[in-house]
Design a protein around this ligand. Structure first.
Ligand SMILES: CC(C)(COP(=O)(O)OP(=O)(O)OC[C@H]1O[C@@H](n2cnc3c(N)ncnc32)[C@H](O)[C@@H]1OP(=O)(O)O)[C@@H](O)C(=O)NCCC(=O)NCCS
Length: 147
């Protein structure tokens, strides 16, 4: 199987342990039970990228009145810079297309330079800042129009 061959699908509860490993390795903010709680939200879209039965990336987004709120995204360390992050976002946008969303939004830690470069590369622009949103770190508000 080619190194870059993977599929993207909706997450299942049995994926959460692997998703949480990716989150911990990314110094993420989410506890394990936050991922579990997403299965009870009917406005939540939780997807995973899978290769050879292993989870290599995930994204969680909410459909919030005409907007997509991207709440979390992570790609396993060894699999970064292969376009998986872009594919996850494209997949979320496709899934939510029937809702006709105006834009996709994200809050990103101001100190998370890699994520900022990622979002800028895929067309997000900065629209604001929340001071001390993550403890001592500010959050940048970024969005991309889908129109
Ligand atoms: C942010 C993240 C999801 C990106 O996933 P990815 O699969 O590596 O991203 P892609 O391969 O789709 O990157 C697309 C483009 O974004 C830019 N980019 C992505 N990561 C980058 C980095 N570390 N440094 C500079 N540019 C980067 C590049 O232009 C890249 O294209 P290129 O590789 O052809 O140059 C991943 O780095 C990650 O899991 N980080 C830890 C978790 C995190 O910070 N999540 C965001 C929380 S808001």
């Amino acid at each position: 199987m080619k190194k870059n061959h993977y599929t993207i699908r909706l997450a299942r509860e049995e994926d959460v342990d692997q998703v949480f490993e990716i989150e911990k390795a990314s110094f993420g903010q989410w506890k394990r039970n936050y991922f579990i709680a997403e299965f009870d939200n009917n406005f939540s879209f939780f997807i995973v990228a899978e290769q050879n039965n292993k989870i290599i990336g995930f994204a969680v987004a909410w459909n919030v009145v005409g907007e997509i709120q991207l709440n979390n995204i992570g790609v396993k360390n060894d699999y970064r810079r292969q376009g998986i992050g872009i594919s996850l976002i494209d997949h979320i946008v496709k899934l939510l297309e029937p809702e006709n969303p105006e834009k996709i939004l994200i809050e990103v830690k101001e100190t998370n330079h890699n994520a900022k470069l990622f979002y800028k590369k895929i067309g997000f622009i900065e629209t604001g800042k929340r001071l001390k949103y993550y403890g001592n770190d500010n959050a940048l508000l970024m969005e991309r129009s889908l129109k």
